[in-house]
Design a protein around this ligand. Structure first.
Ligand code: PA5
Length: 488
């Protein structure tokens, strides 16, 4: 059975005036058809895909040789090292973390029997907290540790700072050939990290091996590109994962929008956002191993659709579009994503979901079959003879019921089991839904200009060369005001 999207509880038939009516759907359909045609046109055009950052849509179809090369590299690394340290932030961290938790056994690093022949995996370079990296540098053996640094730009402060320290740490023990234990995943041509790879390889061909973070693939849409080496190292079936994504792509290319799961997901959320003010999007898998996938989705939704301006489309002489922020037209909107997990968060955010402001839509992920199960022995009490997976599913059903009884819209993604195929399908479902929602809202879902604010401020304070004059002026003109009388 395939992944299914159950939207009964988003409809007014189940949640009254807080739900979507047939008329709401009829009203948005012409706009949805135009959005679907537009997206299809761009995805069909290789130059447009690359220019507008939609190349991710073709990743499920990537060539066999490419995958074979990545698998070979992965096997080499896994066979030789006890630890692999990945450095990256944003999509280059969240994608890996989501895959690690969903597709490896829980407590993978702790038990050799679970890792089989794969190395321990550490994910760093995703923050500036000295305490976490320090522990690794003090306790890992550089001789037994392979390092994979992932950054499209090669400039991101968190990853760059961590890599500077990790390089010095490797070099201290391994000497000048330390680069043989480093692999970089970065832009195929540009950026500081690509430059470093080129220079290192001039000196020693075996050092700083690299893989491309493809043009037209943004960080949060890159799990099926930059994430593949990690998957190869931990022994995930990459072909199955990409097949799951490819099959989902087919389902999400359906011209009949009412039968297209990702488009319906986006469309119903847009109606609930615009007409019923449901501005919070809570993703709550009923599976501990999918919690990090919900974290991955937070980035996808927030960076893609939380935008200040609408998009202005200009078509060039070659027929290829440019998307420009329309500074005449403020949007400053976007649903706020929140990640949670059942059943743990039924004892936390759920109180607010049921009785707090009715301003949210909750998406559940219901796993039909867990990889293992536990039985509660007979003669305990009313739990006698029940399995954990039965209880989990009942808890999810009960949560739906509790929300519906208070007219709180929600929906459920039904996942037959957590495996490479279904996980690939799940990620692709969300990517397609996000791209389609961008079309419906008329925003550019593939940039993240808001992330630049903090970066610019840091670069200005750190004296990084090349800060644009207007950016420096704005920071000087509007400094942070910290009046001591307001600090208690
Ligand atoms: O989605 C994105 O493109 C971003 O969130 C990036 O993943 C993040 O900023 C890291 O960028 P980089 O890969 O250039 O280090």
């Amino acid at each position: 059975m395939d992944l299914k999207f159950d939207f009964n509880n988003m409809l007014c038939s189940n949640v009254g005036e807080h739900g979507v009516s047939q008329q709401d759907i009829n009203e948005i359909l012409p706009c949805a058809h135009a959005a679907s045609d537009h997206l299809k046109k761009i995805i069909a055009n290789p130059a447009a895909r690359i220019k507008l950052n939609l190349e991710w849509a073709k990743l499920p179809e990537q060539g066999k040789e490419q995958i074979a090369e990545i698998k070979y590299l992965g096997r080499q690394i896994a066979g030789k090292y006890e630890n692999v340290l990945f450095l990256g932030i944003g999509g280059s961290y969240l994608g890996l973390k989501a895959a690690q938790d969903a597709l490896c056994a829980p407590y993978y690093n702790e038990f050799k029997s679970l890792r089989k022949k794969s190395p321990r995996i550490y994910l760093e370079g995703n923050n500036l907290d000295p305490d976490t990296l320090n522990v690794l540098l003090k306790n890992l053996d550089p001789k037994k540790t392979f390092v994979v640094v992932i950054s499209k730009s090669g400039e991101t402060t968190e990853t760059k700072a961590a890599f500077i320290l990790v390089e010095a740490w490797l070099k201290k023990t391994l000497g000048v050939k330390y680069g043989r234990q480093v692999l970089a995943i970065t832009d195929p041509e540009n950026g500081a990290l690509r430059k470093k790879v080129t220079e290192a390889q001039k000196k020693d061909l075996l050092s700083f091996r690299s893989l491309p973070l493809l043009k037209g693939v943004g960080g949060r849409f890159s799990e099926f590109n930059m994430g593949l080496l990690h998957l190869a190292i931990i022994g995930v079936n990459i072909e199955e994962l990409l097949l799951g994504a490819k099959d989902m792509f087919k389902r999400c290319s359906h011209d009949d929008i009412l039968r297209n799961p990702a488009y319906m997901y986006a469309l119903l959320h847009v109606i609930l956002y615009r007409k019923k003010s449901k501005s919070l999007a809570i993703l709550m898998p009923f599976s501990q191993t999918l919690k990090s996938s919900a974290d991955w989705y937070v980035q996808l939704l927030a960076e893609s659709l939380g935008k200040k301006y609408h998009r202005l489309i200009e078509t060039g002489a070659d027929g290829i579009e440019s998307w420009i922020a329309n500074k005449e037209e403020y949007f400053s909107r976007g649903r706020t994503p929140i990640s949670a997990a059942g059943t743990n968060d039924l004892h936390s955010i759920q109180q607010n979901n049921v009785e707090g402001e009715n301003n949210k839509v909750i998406t559940f992920i219901r796993v039909q079959k867990f990889n293992t199960d536990l039985m509660i022995p007979e003669k305990s009490d009313f739990l006698s003879g029940k399995s954990f997976s039965q209880l989990m599913q009942l808890a999810q059903e009960a949560t739906e019921w509790a929300l519906v009884s208070q007219e709180r819209p929600n929906c459920t993604i039904i996942m037959p089991e957590v495996n490479a195929y279904n996980w690939g399908a799940l990620l692709f479902f969300f990517e397609m839904a996000t791209a389609f929602e961008g079309e419906l809202l008329n925003v550019n879902a593939f940039d993240q200009p808001g992330v630049e604010g903090y970066k610019n401020y840091m670069y200005y304070k750190l004296g990084k060369p090349g800060i644009p004059q207007d950016v420096a002026e704005e920071i000087k003109k509007k400094p942070l005001i910290k009046d001591p009388k307001y600090i208690l």
